[in-house]
Design a protein around this ligand. Structure first.
Ligand code: CA
Ligand code: CA
Length: 501
């Protein structure tokens, strides 16, 4: 039945597109496409495609590279694209991971030969044709990644990762395609030697395309092969393709023959009838099954993994929401307690005129019961303690603020120190150590002089009146101090290294 519906799709896709390009016809090419659901067969293969390396295809997605270090995977269309010279590729993809920065990226290819595993986003170098790269990692440090870039190659050039191909690419645009709530859609159109790329922002279920690049005078090889690839490095993202749909584009003169259209029209009715019949049969079967096995129908609902798993963003949001709720709960409880205390106070003050110095109550009553003998001084004490409490809370708030500021400053300093390759604080400490050493040398030389001139012991005799520290003891203190400073310098430099790995 799937084959029938696929065939139908091909026939139905013969339709005119684009108001600006008059009489451009578009035809979906299922032999160059795959899409979820039923993206792959049970054995993990995709019809008409080769899947290689670390790529894994399932019904829902083609995972080209998982979020593990140094992985690469490719998938290439085994059939060359002979249907037309012009095409449109619609790719729906998800790239993302736990890190704030990801790597390496994903490539969408149209090449004169089948691709192989290699260093260019998982695929081979020195290709012939086009490669559109979704480059996550900023290798040249120009702060222009993640970016989408297009590179053409005639089989002689090697992609330069260190510059993100900046000297080689035809065009590029900066787009953040990582960790989006919805799949990011990429639309590549190659028509009359003009190549345009539109990117969707992945922020809503329906695509919202924006022009990324438009390049004229592009000559791609004829009868080429479509491919996709992805790779991870020291950092790793998941790289998933959910939909890869190729359509052939035809101009007015190239459009399919009328005869060829009539035959499918006749067949279309036949297929329509067949489809309707099979659909009815399927629905009837489904209803029958539901009646007979109501328990199993429920079980089937549990097969939907989205009910049991959530992605990282959703999880973080949920955690934030939960903690906010908890804080809110605590605040509410405190508010209630305060209201209770206030109530108690009011009851107490109302009872004051009636009481004539009853028995002393040392503790502040919390509940309403047994408050009849509330003394004025007790009330004052309660008010005073409440004021103290408020003051303490204010102080605590101030402390927390101070701690936060200090931590932030320390963090900034550490960062500056790390970025500066050693840090100013360290050099200060070094200079201190140096000056200490110099002092040590001076003291030592004085000692040596004293030893060499034993007659001149005025200073030693002077010490009888003053509480003098012996030179050995002084040297020992200096030595211990130096060791402590050296240890501190060592520990700090080690911390810096750990932070900036
Ligand atoms: Ca890069
Ligand atoms: Ca860059």
């Amino acid at each position: 039945m799937k084959r029938v519906s696929l065939g139908l799709l091909v026939i139905l896709c013969l339709a005119g597109v684009g108001a600006q390009n008059n009489a451009i016809f578009k035809k979906f090419e299922y032999k160059h496409s795959f899409r979820a659901p039923n993206l792959a067969q049970r054995d993990g293969s995709i019809p008409f495609w080769i899947v290689s390396g670390d790529a894994i295809a399932s019904g829902e997605q083609l995972r080209l590279a998982p979020s593990m270090r140094s992985r690469k995977g490719i998938a290439w269309n085994k059939r060359s694209f002979v249907e037309s010279e012009n095409f449109q590729i619609d790719v729906s993809l998800k790239i993302g991971g736990q890190g704030r920065v990801g790597a390496d990226g994903l490539g969408i290819w149209y090449t004169s030969q089948l691709g192989a595993l290699g260093p260019v986003f998982g695929a081979n170098d020195f290709w012939t044709g086009m490669g559109l790269f979704l480059d996550s990692f900023d290798n040249d440090g120009l702060k222009n990644n993640p970016q989408v870039s297009l590179m053409l190659n005639d089989g002689t050039r090697s992609y330069d990762h260190h510059t993100d191909g900046s000297q080689q690419i035809v065009s590029s645009c900066q787009r953040d395609f990582r960790n989006k709530p919805y799949p990011v859609r990429v639309r590549i159109e190659y028509l009359k030697n003009v190549l345009t790329v539109h990117i969707d922002d992945g922020m809503q279920p329906t695509p919202r395309y924006e022009l990324c690049m438009r390049a004229e005078n592009i000559f791609l090889p004829r009868n080429g092969y479509f491919g996709v690839s992805a790779a991870t490095g020291g950092l790793a993202d998941d790289h998933d393709i959910l939909d890869f749909s190729v359509s052939s584009l035809f101009g007015e003169q190239q459009k399919p023959q009328p005869a060829a259209q009539q035959i499918p029209l006749q067949e279309k009715q036949k297929y329509d009838e067949e489809f309707e019949k099979q659909m009815k049969e399927y629905e009837a079967e489904q209803a029958k099954f539901k009646e007979q096995h109501p328990d199993k129908v429920k079980e089937n609902e549990y097969d939907d993994p989205t009910k049991f798993y959530e992605d990282a963003t959703a999880r973080e949001l949920r955690l934030i929401y939960e903690s906010q709720n908890a804080i809110h709960q605590v605040m509410q409880n405190m508010d209630q307690r305060l209201a209770q205390i206030q109530q108690t106070q009011l009851t107490g003050s109302a009872a004051v005129p009636q009481t004539t110095g009853g028995q002393q109550q040392q503790q502040v009553p919390v509940s309403g019961g047994g408050v009849a003998s509330f003394q004025p001084h007790e009330k004052n004490e309660v008010i005073q303690s409440l004021r103290d409490l408020t003051q303490t809370i204010r102080d605590m708030k101030q402390y927390v603020n101070e701690i936060f500021t200090k931590t932030y400053n320390i963090d900034q300093k550490i960062q500056q120190g790390g970025a500066g390759g050693g840090g100013g604080a360290d050099s200060e400490l070094h200079s201190k150590v140096d000056s200490l050493l110099n002092e040590l040398r001076v003291i030592r030389s004085t000692q040596v002089q004293q030893v060499s001139q034993p007659g001149k012991t005025g200073s030693a005799t002077d010490c009888s009146n003053i509480s003098c520290v012996s030179s050995t003891f002084f040297l020992a203190i200096i030595f211990v101090q130096s060791i402590i400073i050296v240890v501190v310098v060592f520990v700090r430099s080690k911390q810096d290294k750990a932070k900036f790995y």
